[in-house]
Design a protein around this ligand. Structure first.
Ligand code: THU
Length: 133
């Protein structure tokens, strides 16, 4: 799976975003070590607190299907499904990534114009608190 292919999967995932409160649509596509892709979108709730981000939806989707070995995630997001700016993962999602992925896990942020910004999880969440602590 190429980076642009994974970003295309994230854009497809964003089409299912349920975001009637924020209008901010996010899609994520998680790549497993054996080449499978799990999609996720953000799912909001009238009580706000139960809202789940696209990244966690994708990770929980994969874990619930028995996959835990991940190499990369692609993320797109923006107001009303426009991806004019990069959408970096929130702190809670970074912590959930750190539960299953090491510091070399790749995070690809996609934009509508085709630009891509790539980070390692170790850059976005240095010194993560994890099970070794
Ligand atoms: N959101 C995500 O899905 N992922 C992120 O990394 C940032 C925020 C969602 C949560 C909420 O539904 C909306 O975007 C606005 O915060």
């Amino acid at each position: 799976m190429t980076i642009s292919g994974l970003i295309a999967e994230a854009k497809a995932a964003a089409k299912n975003a349920y975001a009637p409160y924020s209008g901010f649509h996010v899609g994520a596509a998680l790549l497993t070590a054996d080449g499978k892709v799990y999609r996720g979108c953000n799912i909001e709730n009238a009580a706000f607190g139960p809202t789940v981000c696209a990244e966690r939806t994708a990770i929980f989707h994969a874990v619930s299907e028995g996959d835990r070995d991940f190499t990369a995630i692609a993320i797109v997001g923006g107001a009303n499904g426009s991806f004019d700016k990069f959408c970096p993962p929130c702190g809670v999602c970074r912590q959930v990534m750190a539960e299953f992925c090491g510091p070399a896990f790749m995070i690809h942020l996609g934009r509508a114009d085709g630009a891509v910004k790539t980070f390692k999880l170790g850059e976005l969440l240095p010194e993560a608190f994890d099970m070794t602590d």
